[in-house]
Every structure is written in C-alpha cells, then in structure tokens.
Design a protein around this ligand. Sequence first.
Ligand code: GLN
Length: 196
Amino acid sequence: MLIGVIAIQGNVAEHVNALERTISERNCHGTITRIKHSGLVPDCDAIVLPGGESTTLARLMWREGIATEIQCAAESGVPVLGTCAGLVLLAVRSDAQREGAEPHLLGAMDIEVKRNAFGRQCDSFEVPLDVAGVGDAFPAVFIRAPAIVQCGRAVSPLARVGEYVVAAQEGNMLALAFHPEITSDMRLHHYFVEMI
Ligand code: GLN
C-alpha cells in the first residue's frame, strides 16, 4: 500500500506521522510518500491533501501537473482524504471563487464550500465532534476552517457544527474541515486507511 501526501505546502509532516502511526497500529504494510511533482500520484493507492492555504496549493498543483493526476485518480476510485484547505481543493465551488480571481479547484467532490467560515486564526477552536461511522467526541481542531454549505445527492454528511457540515464522504473521497493529523486520536486516519 502506497499512500501519497501532497507535500507542496501545509501540514505535511503531521499527516505523514499520523499515517505511519496508523499503519503500524493496524500491523499492515504501507509506505507513505511525499509528493511535490507530477508522475507519482498514478502509482499511489491513496492520496492525502493536507491543510495549508488552498489558493497557493491549487495554483502550484495545477502548475506542477499534480491536479490533473489527482482528478484522474479520484475518478478511478482511489481514496482521497482532504483536510481543511484540502477539503476546499476537493470541492466543485468555493465562495471565494464566486468572487473571481481564484484558481480552479479539483471539483472531485460535489460540495460547495465557504472558506474561513468560522473566522480568523485567533478564532481557532477545538470541539468534541460526533462523526458518523467513526465515533463520538472526536477532538476536532478548527483553524481558519472552511465549511461545507451545500452537498450533492451522492455526498453523505458525517458531522456538523451548527448549520455547517464539517465532515463528508462521497464514495472514495473523505473531506474534513478540521485537522485530525494534529491530535493523538487516530480514529479518522484508521477510517481512511480502511477505505484503501
Ligand atoms: N483558510 C485556509 C484556506 O482556505 C485553510 C486553513 C487550513 O488549512 N488550516 O485555504
């Protein structure tokens, strides 16, 4: 099992560590690889899009040719996890795009997102979240987090904060508005590895 973490910018090391820990806890064989250039995604059995800055990530992913490779992988059923900015990248639309001047998103998941839905960096918070299929009281850390404001018919919302959907799955794609990679609770990484 080869899991590729898109390593252009953002919470890369945290995801690599969380995945390594998950794989060792499951006693299965797997390699985690950091992806900075095109040519590696097609060999991966799963892809992780970490948090960071979605505008920067999108721009560089298209420039490097990685974006098209991820679109193909997602379409062919390869599991893809997007966290925070990674969730924005998976979406069909974001509010910022509607205002123009934003690079294209991957459009792999039929969701529309609102960037920074919970406020600025100083409004960051942690909340115990019930995530359908994963369990109760997951310590979800929100940092300038986006929210899902609209889900297509094929999308299952897995968790909510107030009016917003903050975790959702569409087949092989899992989108989380928060950062499971920075807590010691590995339940969401286990859930993702089970999808592979
Ligand atoms: N607000 C950032 C964005 O829209 C995401 C923040 C994060 O990934 N922690 O790109």
